[in-house]
Design a protein around this ligand. Structure first.
Ligand SMILES: Cc1cc2nc3c(=O)[nH]c(=O)nc-3n(C[C@H](O)[C@H](O)[C@H](O)COP(=O)(O)O)c2cc1C
Length: 149
């Protein structure tokens, strides 16, 4: 059975909701899922799963969640060869060029660690709506398909 670990960073709940949707979707696809908050997660534990997912917010014009910086640093220094990853996030389009830049930073970090992208990154505007749920279901499917190849 495939395993996944979904980590989230949230202040007002949107990214926890995004993570919950991804977890539900993966569970329906028969994946055993662990979900945890970023500052409570050790990268060594996280890296044990087959599928690795980060869902995190962006703050202060392109700033990453401060409580996730240790995780972010450790992630880049871990060998994630053979692991499948995906990154999703909720930000706010109001911030223009800084819209969901944390998603891009985590995508780069996973690449640097040698992980394989399983799905296109998903950037959501504020709360996830019906069409975002569809996008997250497709995201989860992509992760599982890549991990079973
Ligand atoms: C002071 C402040 C700065 C923000 N800066 C950005 C930003 O640069 N880029 C972005 O996409 N969203 C930005 N946001 C929006 C949040 O990322 C967005 O509300 C997100 O849904 C919050 O996620 P959460 O509910 O998981 O905390 C900012 C919000 C606040 C309050």
């Amino acid at each position: 059975m495939l395993t996944a670990h979904v980590v989230y960073a949230t202040m007002t709940g949107n990214n926890e909701e995004v993570a919950n949707i991804v977890c539900d979707s993966l569970t329906k696809l028969n994946v055993k899922v662990i979900e945890s908050e970023i500052s409570q997660t050790d990268v060594t534990e996280f890296a044990k799963a087959d599928i690795l997912v980060v869902c995190a917010y962006t703050y202060d014009e392109g700033a990453m969640p401060e409580e996730g910086l240790d995780f972010y640093d450790d992630l880049q220094e871990t060998d994630l060869t053979g692991k499948v990853y995906g990154v999703a996030g909720s930000g706010d389009k109001f911030y223009g060029e800084y819209f969901n830049t944390t998603v891009d930073h985590f995508d780069e970090a996973f690449k640097k660690a040698g992980a394989t992208s399983g799905a296109e990154k998903v950037k959501i505007d504020l709360e996830p709506y019906e069409e975002d749920i569809e996008r997250l279901n497709t995201f989860a499917k992509g992760l599982v398909e890549t991990a079973t190849k």
